[in-house]
Ligand binder design. Structure first.
Ligand SMILES: [Zn+2]
Ligand SMILES: [Zn+2]
Length: 180
């Protein structure tokens, strides 16, 4: 579907490498993107860490990746992220770079047993969501659409990993602008 668009999936820490590799396959299958998994990122800027919250500011991290060369970037981290005005965020997209955090996608974060397949499924949904933002999609009112905003993990579990028909139509017209 989006074959000409290249996405570099970059694990930001050791704990994210395995998931980053599995996401590569999913992004090819779900969105038809051209995806590579790049080397582990060299750490986040110190100023992105908020001492009093014990979390990283997702926007500050993405701002430090603004100089990327071509295509789109998806960072995958195990660190806990927040966005201004929110207690936490599962991910964020800004210009040509996006980030997702596995921290609150892990069933263990909710006192449930470890479940790698559930973690991957949730990460797929968040990755597709953020990449669709990068190509111009906004939030969708349909709770089953991948572009629905996840306020909590229950929202992520309810939604599917695909955009709804209306969002798919929007992608088609956006991609024409994206790949003139
Ligand atoms: Zn969003
Ligand atoms: Zn939708």
């Amino acid at each position: 579907m989006l074959g000409k668009i290249h996405v570099a999936v970059v694990p930001a820490d050791q704990a994210s490498i395995g998931i980053a590799r599995r996401l590569r396959r999913s992004l090819v299958e779900i969105l038809g993107l051209d995806v590579s998994v790049d080397q582990i990122a060299g750490g986040f800027p110190r100023q992105a860490f908020n001492d009093s919250r014990g979390q990283y500011d997702a926007y500050k991290i993405l701002s430090s990746f603004e100089g990327i060369q071509a295509g789109l970037l998806l960072l995958v981290t195990d660190l806990d992220l927040y966005c201004t005005g929110l207690n936490f965020c599962f991910g964020l997209a800004h210009r040509r770079a996006a980030i997702i955090s596995l921290h609150r996608l892990r069933p263990e974060s909710y006192g449930e047993p470890r479940d790698e397949n559930l973690l991957v499924l949730r990460a797929e949904k968040e990755a597709v969501h953020e990449i669709c933002h990068l190509i111009g999609l906004r939030h969708c009112p349909s709770p089953l659409c991948v572009m629905h905003f996840s306020n909590c993990i229950g929202d992520t579990d309810v939604k599917r990993k695909l955009p709804c028909d209306a969002c798919l139509e929007r992608i088609k017209s956006t991609v024409i602008q994206f790949n003139p």
